[in-house]
Design a protein around this ligand. Sequence first.
Ligand code: GTP
Ligand code: MG
Length: 414
Amino acid sequence: RSLGNGHASRPQSPLKFFIQAKKRINDVFKEILEYVQEAEKFQTEVPEGCKQEEELSVTKYEGKIQGIIEVLTRDHMKVVFFGRTSNGKSTTINAMLRSKILPSGIGHTTNCFLQVEGCDSAEGFLLTEDSDQPKGIGSIKQLASALSTVKLKENSLIRILWPKDKCRLLREDVVFLDSPGIDVSPDLDTWIDNFCLDADVFVLVANAESTLMQTEKNFFHKVSSRLSKPNIFILQNRWDVSVSEEEADQVKEQHYQRNVDFLSNELKVVDKQEAKNRIFFVSSKEALISRLHEDNLTPTPSGSLQKDYPERLFAFANFEKSFESCISKSAVKTKFEQHSQRGKNIMSDLREIMEKTLSTSQTQMTEKQKFREEAADELDYLDKQLILLTSEIKDKIKYMVEDVENKVSYALNE
Ligand code: GTP
Ligand code: MG
């Protein structure tokens, strides 16, 4: 049964908002670049005598704009997953990616930061901070699992480049960050500084079998002090385990109340109404299993999905829908607002320079005109002088010729 969360691109995908905005702003900067290049060409063609002073040159803006275009093409939407060990962070990301990419398991599994991003190649690969050499996807468990003997340090980052054509969310510019459990590290401040300051959305993966813990709350208090109003979603995961308990409905209500209170009263990142739309009761494990079978066109083995599972799969798809809309709006605002402000500043600088260029060249033109008029007056005078002179000379020559003729005819007569 299709749950409406296939990985084929959907025309109404909220993530398209970010992609369209990125294309639009990129086009605007390309136009600005063309304008600068035109202005630059104009300035180099100005005759030597009329050259502008150095500060009126537009050359420096070309590099600036090219820099912005480069940053823009790398801009993406980033979601960071946090929570205590074994709550299901890696499983949740795998379910969203519809592939078992990240190592998951009981106990403390994820040992360092793992960033999953899209690539255009047909095969995925890994990049680690210590080398430029790409590594095979197969070595991920060895590098990232806490159970491995050659694992990387917990503050390090492994980038997983996964083929875009295998996953819609990667194709649509979302980057995922998986983290070690917040309860196993004393160094949360460094984590936040290194990995969270450019995050657009945070997903807290909580365990629905217990209540929100102080370590989880503390982490988000720290995030809130560094970022104003972070976008936070809370996944009450492993709901498949709790749902058959007798008091499940009351527990759900208790989780809702405490989570809403945490987001709206304690962190003050959203109001009460909005907070309710940020909490989802899911089973990432069921979502992953059912999606893998759905994509392989194989039936999901009975027993792997618990009672009332469609409700949890639906909640998971609903979470993704809210998440997509939230992350694309937030990323457009935080990432492109800065670019458009810089674009506006550059345009107003250019305008000022071109206006100055215009007024300088106008002054120069008036001066030349004046010079030409003065020169014309002088020429006029010279002309008249010349005419006068010529007629004098003419007369003189006439007399001389007549004189010579007279003298010649006199001599001949003689
Ligand atoms: P660390 O990497 O150690 O911090 O853990 P994690 O938060 O990444 O958890 P992980 O995804 O590795 O999941 C831990 C274990 O819980 C795995 O055995 C998963 O199969 C299981 N698990 C994850 N989500 C669920 C769920 O919704 N229901 C059930 N029953 N098990 C789950
Ligand atoms: Mg993990």
